[in-house]
Design a protein around this ligand. Structure first.
Ligand code: SF4
Ligand code: SF4
Length: 463
C-alpha cells in the first residue's frame, strides 16, 4: 500500500484498512455481493497496483461512505476502523450541514414533528421536495417518509405510559426515533402486544440510540445520547423493569456494539477476580459463568478497552448490553415459559419474512418466525439468507451519492421477494421497510403489527 503525501488520521486509518484487507484478500470473494465497501476497496487496490499511484484522499473518503456497519464481514475491527477514521475526519472538519439535517433522525423527527401537517403538505409539493433534497444531499428519486401526525412519544405520554407502574411483570420499552416519528403504528403495536400479555408498559425518557450519528462520524452526539440512555435504562432496570426494544438497529447498538472491548477494562477484570497474570474473557460458548484465561504479559497491550464507547462506564455498558432484549426474544421467552398469550386470531395471508442484518448480528436466532407461525391461517415464507441485504444502510440509502448503489446492493433480495409473490412483506427493520416500500409493490409490516392484528382479530371473533 503506497503512502499519499497528504496523510491525516482519517487517511492513515483508511489506508491501513485498505492494506490489511488487500493483504488478506478473503473478502474479495466472500463479500462481493453483500457489501459495497469491499468491491470498491479491491477496485482501488487493483487500480493502485496497476497504475503505481497511491489511492487519492477523495477516493478514500468515498470508500468510507460505503460501510453501513451491517456487521456481516468477518473482522469487526474493519468497520470499527472505518468509523474511527470518519470520526477523526468529522473532528477535523465538523459535520456537514446536509448530513446534520438528514442523518440525525432524532433532530429531524423532533423539528418536523412540531408541524407535521405543514411539513408533509410542503414535501408533497414537487418544487419544495426537490429543493429540500438538494440542500440535504438526498437523491431526487428517494421517497421521504411521512412525518407522523402524532409521534409515539407524544401518544405514550397521553396514554400515561411515561409514568412508572408498580405492577409486575413490567417492561420499559425503547421505541427508537424512526418508529416514534415516522412509524408510530409499530411502537403502538409493541405496546399492544405487551399489554395483551399482561405486561405493564413504561416508556422511559429516551434519546436516539446513536447509530445514525455514529455512522456519520459524529462522536459527540453519539456518546452524549447513548450515555444518557445508559443512565436512564440502567436505573429503570434497577427498579425491576425488563428492558425491551423493537428496532433491530437500536438493539444491535445496545446489545453488541456498546459492550465491545468493555471486558478488557481494569474495572471489569477486577469484577471477575482476574489474577495478576491473566486477562479473563467471557466464554460465550461456556455460558455466563465461563471464562477464557489469557496470559496478561502477552496480551495486555492489544486487549484494552480502547473502542468507540470507552468513555462510558464499562460495567454499565456490559450490564445494559446484557439486559436489553429484542421484543421477539422477549416474547419467545414468555412462550417457552408458557406465559405467552396464544389466543391469536386467524390471518389468511401469505407473507414473506426477512430477517434484517442487525437482528441477525444479535445472535438471538429468528424468534419472530416462531411467533408468527403461531398465527392460524398465516403462511410465512422466509426470504433472504445470511448475506442478503436490503441495501438501505439506514440514512445512507437517502444520499444522492449512495442511492443507486443501495438499490444495486438490495437487488438479489428484491428478486427473491418478487419470486415468492407474497401478499405482504414482514421485517423488523424500518430502514429495510423504507427500501421495500420504495421499490416493491407490497405492503410492509413489522412482526409486532402482525401479532397485534392477530390479537385484535381474536378479540373480535373467538376461535
Ligand atoms: S475484513 Fe477481515 S477477513 Fe475480510 S479481507 Fe478484511 S481482514 Fe480479511
Ligand atoms: S460492516 Fe457491512 S458494510 Fe461495513 S464493511 Fe462489513 S460487510 Fe461491508
Amino acid at each position: 500500500m503506497q503512502e499519499s503525501p497528504n496523510n491525516g488520521v482519517f487517511e492513515k486509518t483508511m489506508r491501513s484498512v485498505l492494506a490489511a484487507c488487500a493483504d488478506c484478500d478473503t473478502c474479495r470473494f466472500l463479500m462481493d455481493e453483500s457489501c459495497l465497501f469491499f468491491p470498491e476497496l479491491y477496485r482501488l487496490y487493483d487500480k493502485e497496483t496497476a497504475e503505481g499511484k497511491p489511492v487519492g484522499d477523495a477516493e478514500l473518503r468515498k470508500l468510507s461512505e460505503l460501510c453501513t456497519l451491517c456487521g456481516l464481514c468477518p473482522c469487526p475491527n474493519i468497520p470499527a476502523d472505518v468509523i474511527r477514521g470518519k470520526t477523526e475526519r468529522v473532528r477535523r472538519e465538523g459535520v456537514p450541514f446536509g448530513i446534520r439535517l438528514m442523518a440525525d433522525v432524532q433532530r429531524f423527527g423532533r423539528w418536523c414533528g412540531m408541524l407535521p401537517g405543514v411539513v408533509n403538505t410542503a414535501l408533497a409539493f414537487a418544487p419544495i421536495d426537490r429543493t429540500v433534497k438538494k440542500i440535504a444531499g438526498i437523491h431526487p428519486q428517494r421517497r421521504l417518509p411521512e412525518i407522523a401526525r402524532e409521534s409515539f412519544f407524544a401518544w405514550a405520554q397521553k396514554k400515561g405510559l411515561s409514568r412508572r407502574s408498580g405492577q409486575s411483570p413490567k417492561a420499559a420499552y425503547f421505541a427508537g426515533c424512526t418508529a416514534s416519528y415516522f412509524f408510530p403504528q409499530v411502537a403502538k403495536a409493541a405496546v399492544s402486544v405487551l399489554e395483551k400479555n399482561g405486561v405493564s408498559v413504561f416508556v422511559p425518557r429516551q434519546q436516539c440510540c446513536g447509530m445514525p450519528t455514529l455512522l456519520e462520524g459524529n462522536e459527540h452526539a453519539t456518546i452524549q445520547r447513548i450515555g444518557s440512555n445508559l443512565e436512564i435504562l440502567m436505573e429503570t432496570a434497577g427498579a425491576g423493569y425488563d428492558l425491551v426494544c423493537s428496532c433491530p438497529t437500536c438493539g444491535f447498538l445496545m446489545k453488541v456494539l456498546l459492550k465491545e472491548r468493555a471486558c478488557y477494562s481494569k474495572v471489569y477484570q477486577r469484577s471477575v477476580h482476574a489474577g495478576a497474570d491473566e486477562i479473563k474473557i467471557p466464554d460465550r460458548k461456556a455460558g455466563a459463568e465461563g471464562f477464557v484465561s489469557l496470559n496478561k504479559s502477552m496480551y495486555h497491550k492489544i486487549l484494552t478497552d480502547d473502542g468507540y464507547f470507552n468513555a462510558l462506564d464499562p460495567l454499565k455498558r456490559i450490564a445494559l448490553s446484557d439486559s436489553v432484549m429484542d421484543m421477539g426474544e422477549y416474547l419467545d421467552r414468555l412462550y417457552h415459559k408458557g406465559h405467552l398469550n396464544t389466543h391469536l386470531g386467524r390471518i389468511h395471508d401469505r407473507m414473506v419474512y426477512f430477517t434484517p442484518c442487525h437482528q441477525r448480528e444479535q445472535g438471538i436466532g429468528s424468534p419472530y418466525e416462531k411467533l408468527l407461525a403461531l398465527i392460524p391461517g398465516l403462511e410465512i415464507v422466509r426470504v433472504g439468507g445470511a448475506m442478503d441485504c436490503c441495501g438501505m444502510g439506514g440514512s445512507l440509502g437517502f444520499k444522492e451519492s449512495f442511492y443507486e448503489k443501495s438499490i444495486e446492493l438490495g437487488r438479489p433480495l428484491f428478486r427473491k421477494i418478487l419470486a415468492a409473490a407474497p401478499e405482504a412483506i414482514i421485517t423488523d427493520c424500518l430502514s429495510c421497510r423504507l427500501q421495500f416500500e420504495h421499490l416493491l409493490p407490497y405492503d410492509v409490516f413489522h412482526p409486532l403489527e402482525v401479532l397485534s392484528r392477530a390479537y385484535e382479530s381474536a378479540d373480535l371473533k373467538p376461535i
